[in-house]
Ligand binder design. Structure first.
Ligand SMILES: Nc1ncnc2c1ncn2[C@@H]1O[C@H](COP(=O)(O)OP(=O)(O)OP(=O)(O)O)[C@@H](O)[C@H]1O
Ligand SMILES: [Mg+2]
Length: 222
């Protein structure tokens, strides 16, 4: 059994009279140590797949099994718990809170956990070192470059030590050299044992991943 199994997954959106098959009968297996890229034209279903994998969206049919857990057989509270324990999200447009500092942004996910402040500080310092932002801890994220902001977002995604990192166009707003630094970081995280799944249009990203999944009109092409 693979770590992630996506079985006959479909997602249909209804917008007014229109029926949109965003994902149609998709089957994918992903192993614990994979570094996966998901590519395909705009509108082919990549972000929909990622939102389903992260339990942010519910399929129309089919299922996703993560580490033996049938995600959509769970209650919404249980899905939220699974998400907190297993998954870190990174997006193209960072979604940081601009008026908070680097430190405050990274610690946000811990606000709903039981870690005390010295445990939080320990985790924070380790993560800041990991993403190369130890000297920027007290800065407002507004004052950082795009690449630095994305590293804050990655730090926030991994502060709970998730097994899976889901990233939707994480280098889309960055120039190519800054984007490459972000990829280096994902590669290191994958070597450290995280399963990384990156949605991307970027050929540089594809080249560096262990598996490439190509979407076309909601179906997997290869
Ligand atoms: N909430 C929604 N309601 C209705 N239709 C949606 C919704 N989200 C996505 N869609 C439609 O589903 C299809 C797949 O969208 P999705 O966002 O998954 O594509 P994508 O591959 O991520 O595209 P892009 O590369 O542009 O980000 C598109 O036709 C899109 O318009
Ligand atoms: Mg998308």
């Amino acid at each position: 059994m693979s770590f992630i199994e996506i079985n006959n997954l479909s997602k249909t959106y209804y917008s007014g009279e229109q029926k949109i098959s965003a994902i149609s009968d998709v089957n994918i297996t992903i192993d614990r140590n994979d570094f996966v890229s998901v590519t395909g034209a705009s509108g082919s279903g990549k972000s929909t797949l990622l939102s389903l994998l992260g339990g942010l969206n519910i399929p129309s049919s089919g299922n996703i099994i993560i580490d033996g857990i049938n995600v959509f057989s769970l209650s919404s509270n249980q899905i939220a718990k699974l998400r907190r324990e297993y998954i870190g999200f990174v997006f193209q447009s960072f979604y940081l809170i601009n008026y908070l500092t680097v430190e405050e942004n990274i610690l946000l996910p811990l606000s709903i956990t039981d870690y005390n402040s010295s445990q939080q500080k320990f985790k924070l310092d380790k993560i800041l070192e990991r993403v190369g932002l130890s000297d920027k801890k007290g800065r407002l994220v507004d004052e950082l470059s795009g690449g630095e902001q994305q590293r804050v977002a990655i730090a926030r995604a991994i502060i709970n030590d998730p097994v899976i990192i889901l990233a939707d166009e994480p280098t889309g707003n960055l120039d190519s050299s800054t984007g490459n630094q972000i990829l280096d970081l994902f590669e290191e995280l994958n070597k450290d044992g995280k399963l990384v799944i990156v949605v991307t249009h970027d050929d540089n990203v594809k080249k560096r991943t262990s598996n490439v999944i190509v979407f076309r009109d909601g179906r997997v092409e290869q």
